[in-house]
Design a protein around this ligand. Structure first.
Ligand code: ATP
Ligand code: MG
Length: 443
């Protein structure tokens, strides 16, 4: 069997990893991972033909010469290699987890820190047991800092990702209702996400950035007596390194922030959604902590424009759209509806699609979202999907005002063609599987 040290030695000469034979980088190390449908051991030879320097495999049948390195388990070997590489690095590694806002906060932190440092951040949403090691293995000697997103839908996953990325700094954006099925309810989510705090607490030099307005995070930190905490928030509080205040949400956010020296700065962001102020303040806090000046921090925030269907503003001929069809869960639905309640606009419409992976709490949570939307200060509500539709009967009929239910997105498309929406600010939000981007051309 080939050891991690031996593979690391080859990695130093071949520092690019490939896992897909359709895109083999010449001279790369090919890791033959197993997917749901494929066993990449069967593609190892093809990878070498396509230019990979070595193929790491775990089935001896496919070893066709000295370019094939046999290991016990390819995935573990990839993770071990990443962990070994991380141990050689002395740069700050910021690990980010949480229920909502990880990618947005990661992008914002990177937008800020890259004003001063050569940073490496997770690409897109590569935040799992494969994405994190692949990201770590793209850090090279030119990088001065790394920002690593860590996602989880079950216990022990964050502990594993921490053992690989070994964050010197970390933050949990928030703890809410998502992946309830895999975590076993909200208490399970708290334990799962708390694995980041557990890791930070193993070493007094590791720093946790915490939103001081978030009671759940405060409670989680107190039960562990975290040793090294830096706070940020919206409530004025002497402990905060950075405090911020929303100025306008129309629907782009303007805000002001100040540091401990009490200078105050006004900033206009390209983000919408009042919940995004928490994400922005996290990035401002981390920028301040790492010694960036206010011009650098503000340039980073002002320059960040989401292009990833996460609270992204799109102006069409008829409407202003808040495209949030990347994902949805009860927590993010609630804050998105609260935001629509407050946003400044003449006409407001919410289009909400089913939330997936909800387990036994699905019915209750869909009903709660319907009620939240009915109570919000908006002009029209459209619910799409079988989970919302099946809860329609749970709501008192007299409350179902300006509310339409469609069983499928196809039905909604027909409905929107018959009754087009015009001159409105429209929130479109649902789970990825609902693919609500299909509605955009009708709006
Ligand atoms: P994933 O689990 O898919 O990686 P994520 O945690 O990376 O998600 P983002 O992709 O940044 O989160 O944001 C997804 C959606 O979550 C946003 O479009 C928005 O609706 C919501 N959201 C973002 N930030 C917050 C926040 N601080 N609190 C609540 N909801 C948020
Ligand atoms: Mg993400």
């Amino acid at each position: 069997m080939t050891t991690t040290e031996e593979i690391y030695h080859l990695y130093q000469q071949h520092p690019v990893i490939s896992t897909d034979t359709r895109s083999i980088a010449p001279g790369s190390l090919f890791f033959a991972l197993k997917g749901d449908k494929f066993d990449a051991n069967t593609f190892a030879e093809k990878a070498i033909e396509a230019g990979a320097a070595y193929a790491i495999i775990d089935n001896p049948e496919y070893a066709k010469g000295d370019k094939f390195l046999l290991v016990e388990d390819v995935l573990t070997s990839l993770q071990d290699l990443a962990r070994h590489h991380r141990k050689q690095l002395t740069i700050p590694v910021i690990g980010l987890t949480g229920t909502n806002g990880k990618t947005t906060t990661k992008e914002l932190i990177n937008a800020v820190l890259s004003q001063k440092f050569n940073t490496l951040a997770t690409k897109g949403n590569l935040n799992n047991h494969i994405g994190v090691p692949l990201t770590i293995l793209t850090i090279d000697s030119s990088h001065e800092m790394a920002v690593i997103e860590m996602g989880a839908n079950h216990q022990k996953e964050i502990a594993l990702l921490c053992s690989i990325a070994q964050p010197s700094h970390g933050m949990i954006t928030n703890v809410g209702k998502a992946h309830l099925e895999g975590f076993g309810g909200v208490e399970g989510v708290k334990i799962g996400k708390g694995e980041l705090y557990d890791f930070l607490n193993e070493d007094a030099s590791r720093v946790a950035f915490i939103n001081s307005d978030d009671n759940t995070l405060q409670e989680m930190q107190k039960t562990r007596s975290l040793q090294n905490v830096v706070y940020y928030g919206k409530t004025i509080n002497n402990d905060n390194l950075v405090t911020g205040k929303l100025l306008e949400n129309a629907p782009l956010l303007s805000f002001k922030w100040n540091d401990k020296k009490s200078s105050s700065y006004n900033v206009k962001s390209q983000l919408t959604g009042s919940y995004n102020l928490d994400n922005i303040l996290a990035a401002v806090c981390i920028g301040t902590f790492f010694g960036l000046d206010s011009d650098e921090i503000n340039a980073g925030i002002e320059g960040y424009q989401p292009k990833n269907n996460r609270s992204q503003i799109m102006q069409t001929a008829s409407n202003t759209l808040i495209c949030d069809f990347y994902n949805a869960n009860p927590s993010s639905m609630f804050v998105a509806i609260e935001n629509m309640d407050k946003v400044k606009a003449d006409r407001k419409v919410v289009i909400l699609g089913d939330m997936f992976e909800m387990g036994p709490e699905s019915a209750v949570e869909h009903t709660a979202v319907i009620q939240k939307a009915l109570a919000a200060n908006v002009d029209e509500r459209i619910f799409i999907g079988k989970d919302f539709s099946s809860q329609q009967t749970e709501v008192d009929n007299s409350n179902l005002i300006n509310a339409t239910f469609y069983l499928t997105a196809e039905d909604a498309i027909i409905g929107l063609k018959e009754n087009p929406i015009k001159n409105a600010t429209v929130l479109i939000k649902g789970s990825r599987g609902m693919a609500l981007e299909r509605l955009v051309e009708l709006l």
